[in-house]
Ligand binder design. Sequence first.
Ligand SMILES: *Cc1c(COP(=O)(O)O)cnc(C)c1O
Length: 414
Amino acid sequence: MKLPEGRRSREDVMRALRAFKKDDFAWIKGRLPLYIYYLDDDLLNLQCQAFSEYMVENGHGKLTVFPSVQRMESDVIDMCLDLFSAPSGSTGTFTSGGTESILLAVKTARDWARVNRSRVARPAMILPASAHPAFSKAAHYFGVEEIRVPLSSNYKADILAIRSAITDRVIFMVGSAPTYPHGVFDPIGSLAELANENGIWFHVDACFGGFLAPFAKEIGYPVPPFDFAVPGVWSISADLHKYGFAAKGASFFGLRNNALREYQEFRFSNWGRGNYVSPGIPGSRPAGSVAAAWAVMNHLGRTGYRDLASRTMRTRDRLIEGVEGIPSITCALVPELSIVVIGAENDTVKIPAVAAGLQERGWFASRSSNPVGLHFTVNPVHEAVIDEYLEDLAWSVRTATERQISEHSENSTY
Ligand SMILES: *Cc1c(COP(=O)(O)O)cnc(C)c1O
């Protein structure tokens, strides 16, 4: 496309935008088991209104010219710090997403280590194999070598293997609450202890579960301690644009100790334009995503988040129960929050064939490779369609099995 010479009407442009969606998976009908965090039109409208109210303001100028944005941002950060049991003297930053929060964690740790672990010439970090690729991106961007350590048999970080991977060069370690590939909680307490014994920065990646786990716990689901209440947790990442139900472009990066912030911020003054300071990666950034997060958090309150958690977790329970009721498939691991990985029982059916069946029925079948399975991130949008999904899943398993049998008998005639 070239920039059109003439104007095109608003109606025409909007019609085109809507038409582009025709081949997308119907997330609003719950057809996507990932990427989407959606409750209902009511909350969506609030996000849109709040975002567009601050469409033009710039989050970069909040300290000097937009006290409104500064106010909303510090409210959001205070709410997050409180939710994650941060002690006094802690601080936080509103970021564009989980990746930025993680980049900041690694960058801040690296610059902290330059001063406080100054004998380390080539810094390294230890990642359980299930740590998000954003940590590898950070390793690549910031010149910190990554050491990925295999998981234990329950798909969690393996404390003994990590202990033996520690060298003088290691400056950073992480545990996930929970991990994205498997939806299980790494042993945060033991990892934090091990890191601190060795003078290593310890980060908790609660990007996925940060705004679901505390409320799932309040309604009675078992959730292990994972936040600043655990001694030795230096920093936390938690995505507002996932179970925080904020508009996309919103995450929280928290630091236990305000004194560490000097290693996070970027300052520059030799520019002929006064001091330039930014706490994160972007310069200009949308004030709208701050406003939307503020609006959603205040609109829902703890009651709203508990209700969301209850709808998510009850839907997850129905999914688990339904899967266990279908012959030949099973939960490939014990779900600890809202991620369910569905695997084949004793290799009786092939997962790719089941996935193909689901796609025939209009569901996007997100696959995982280790363990081989279908990966499902449960959301309130699935509440209304989970029975339909289970019917189509059962159909896909039956169809895949029949096709395998007929293929087998065809093959055996040769
Ligand atoms: C989503 C996610 C991230 C990355 O967040 P983005 O917002 O996609 O950049 C990091 N860690 C975990 C566990 C996640 O689920």
